[in-house]
Design a protein around this ligand. Structure first.
Ligand SMILES: C[S@@+](CC[C@H](N)C(=O)[O-])C[C@H]1O[C@@H](n2cnc3c(N)ncnc32)[C@H](O)[C@@H]1O
Ligand code: SF4
Length: 432
């Protein structure tokens, strides 16, 4: 942000937003008032958008990562996959239906044979429009990605950076090789799947707008259909401390965000401020998992949300497996939280901001209220800091507004970390 008067206003706006987001997360995502689930949630009449499947194992743990995972132990992981397939079977037999499946981790490909069995099971039990699977670059050197051909529609590969300095600082150089080597592995994988997404990150210490630009140029040179660019998010609990030494100053993020947009804008369309699709005639835009749609999570540490309820499964892997064995015909969800309508409206606002446009009629159709009735303070704040420009009864999100949407999204990721912290501490309390 510039240091002219508008720039100072923008700095103040971002600082205020960070503080407000932090407070709101602690309030709306607190599990203090979550309750143990006594019976599974009612099966909705229409399909839930996404079945999220969590695989919580990694060979070694990256410094910045706040996702739920433990160090790989083969016998535990095999027992986990058996329980996971039991849970998936139970969920599908109960009548839940989904449009998409998203397999995330951890390292989903850590036991390729188990992963394949799991996807085959889902595909044999229900028609699915799109299966997305996360992976790391090294899998394409060490594994047999050709065995996943036809099973996975969208492969999302976590690169984070091609800069060796950053790979070393995050613990990924020793694990997955140099940036050049990783690019080489990915280039072999890219032909195998209809859609490949590369996850990149920025906001690391020592990164500049130029280095972010060069990093993304390397990502674009591999010609993936999608690139996702996450700002490094330190989380809220103990992950925050682990992340601090590798994190750049927050005030540098704006210029890096502009750099992301300029670089990817050459041949990609922005879907969200963190998500870009290659501009290509005939290429269908693939939906991103965090686009505000309903979701049911299976596996240890999975979250789900549909209707006004938020669901969380056990974060203790042994406890999760024992729970599935004890009740093999039920989902593994352990506790739920009722979401208040303000939190849902704010989430909707974040998604619309991310899309770059606030459609007044669409918001009213969802919430029964207009934007100013539902979120007066938020709207006043967004207008005052230049995040929105009025267009008739609707609002266009300015470039600065898109940056605020990115910060909101980072706040949302921190919120997930906050949930994980609380749920990890409390999972025995909620155990049946
Ligand atoms: C849970 S990871 C799984 C990907 C895979 N295991 C890997 O390491 O490549 C999914 C993505 O989340 C993003 N991510 C993880 N921790 C993050 C953090 N603290 N802030 C922002 N993004 C993060 C990374 O871009 C990563 O590729
Ligand atoms: S970034 Fe990927 S490999 Fe690293 S700890 Fe997180 S899930 Fe595991």
């Amino acid at each position: 942000m510039d240091t002219n008067s508008h720039g100072l206003l923008s700095v103040a706006a971002v600082t205020t937003m960070d503080k407000v987001m932090n407070r709101q997360i602690r309030c709306s995502l607190s599990l203090a008032n979550a309750t143990a689930l006594t019976e599974p949630p009612q099966v909705p009449d229409t399909p839930i958008e996404t079945l999220y499947v969590h695989i919580p194992f990694c060979h070694t743990l990256c410094r910045y990562c706040s996702f739920h995972k433990v160090k790989f132990d083969e016998s535990l992981a095999r027992a986990y996959f058996v329980a996971l397939r039991q849970e998936i079977t139970a969920v599908l037999r109960m009548g839940y239906r989904f449009n998409r499946v998203y397999l995330g981790g951890g390292t989903t490909t850590i036991l390729e044979d188990e992963l394949i069995k799991t996807i085959e099971l889902i595909r044999s039990m229900t028609p699915i429009r799109e299966v997305t699977c996360e992976s790391d670059p090294f899998y394409f050197r060490q594994g047999n990605p050709e065995h996943l051909r036809g099973l996975i529609d969208r492969m999302s590969i976590g690169v984070q950076s091609f800069e060796d300095r950053i790979l070393k600082a995050t613990g990924r150089f020793e694990k997955f090789g140099s940036g050049r080597e990783q690019a080489d592995y990915i280039s072999q994988a890219i032909q195998l799947f209809p859609t490949v997404n590369l996850d990149m990150m920025y906001g690391f210490a020592g990164q500049t707008p130029d280095s972010v630009y060069r990093d993304l140029e390397q990502a674009m040179a591999l010609a993936p259909e999608q690139i996702t660019t996450y700002p490094l998010t330190p989380g809220i609990g103990k992950n925050r401390k682990k992340c601090a030494p590798i994190m750049g100053p927050d005030r540098y993020l704006w210029h890096q965000f502009i750099s992301v947009r300029h670089c990817l804008g050459q041949s990609f369309d922005q879907q969200f401020p963190w998500n870009f699709n290659r501009r290509q005639p005939g290429l269908t835009a693939h939906k991103y998992v965090l686009d505000g749609e309903d979701c049911l999570g299976v596996g240890s540490g999975a979250f789900g949300r549909f209707g006004q309820r938020f669901f969380v499964s056990s974060f203790d892997i042994h406890d999760y497996i024992a729970g599935i064995h004890a009740n093999p015909n039920l989902p593994g969800i352990r506790f739920e939280k009722q979401l208040d309508s303000k939190a849902l409206r704010r989430h909707e606002l974040m998604i619309m901001m991310g899309h770059g446009y606030l459609d007044a009629a669409q918001f009213k159709a969802h919430s029964g209220q207009n934007l100013w009735q539902a979120l007066p303070l938020e709207m006043a704040y967004l207008m005052a800091c230049g995040a929105l420009a009025k267009q008739g009864i609707n609002y266009r999100v300015t470039e600065f507004g898109q940056f605020l949407a990115l910060k909101m999204f980072a706040g949302f990721l921190s919120g997930m970390d906050y949930l994980r912290e609380q749920a990890s501490a409390g999972c025995h309390r909620y155990a049946t």
